[in-house]
Write a protein that binds this ligand. Sequence first.
Ligand code: IPD
Ligand code: CA
Length: 253
Amino acid sequence: MARAGGELALHERPDDLVTDTKSSPTDVVTEMDRATEELLVSRILAQRPDDGILGEEGGERAGSSGIRWVLDPIDGTTNYLYGLPIWAVSVAAECDGVVVAGVVEAPALGRRYLAARGFGAWEERGGQRRRLLASGGTTLAEAMVSTGFAYSSERRARQAEDLRGVAPLVRDIRRLGAASIDLAWVGAGYVDAYFESGLHAWDVAAGGLIAEEAGAVVRLLPSSLDGGDITLATAPGIHEALRDVLRGLVDST
Ligand code: IPD
Ligand code: CA
């Protein structure tokens, strides 16, 4: 299902992509976000009509089976809009509220990330599959840390303040533009940690499980933003250090 969604978004993207805005002028949704979610939803309902669905572009559908699908049809819409390859179709399945399976399908990168609770996490790339293991880093000063920004400019200003506190303490910073890929890449060891406040369930469901199943520590920390807890995913050896830095920044506001 995620593969079909990825193929649709990759191959059917028109050059003159039609866009609309949501929560702010920078919060863009494209016709392909909507078309991809429709494809995912129709496939789920065809096979599992009693399941619930939470999709970024379609709101909530109650189910009766105890299974709920959490979908971000295109995570990284701004990258997608600009033709940058870091975007993904994120599909997760929850059983009684616990994420049990997730896929982050990144077709423009030729990579797919998969996890099932208790069975590990995997990267598929170039016809090869490898098991993921978060990095063994233990020092914040040698950590590559990725982060992200919200669409609201007030929130972004606050997030930029937090980043000012973190940047001098770490090896380097990345802003990749797709939370699901940030999380999967903590699992893959391409970054040592990722933090962002104010994410939604569809941003985190699949990627969070992939990171966890790769041995990363994934936690929510209170933030200074209203209802905007910080999602923190790190290699196990730097979790406490980065958590303490972020807590210190939040406490000082
Ligand atoms: C966004 C991306 C981005 C993150 C934002 C998310 P979207 O999701 O994951 O990297 O910084 O917080 O909203 O809008 O592209 O699905
Ligand atoms: Ca999205």
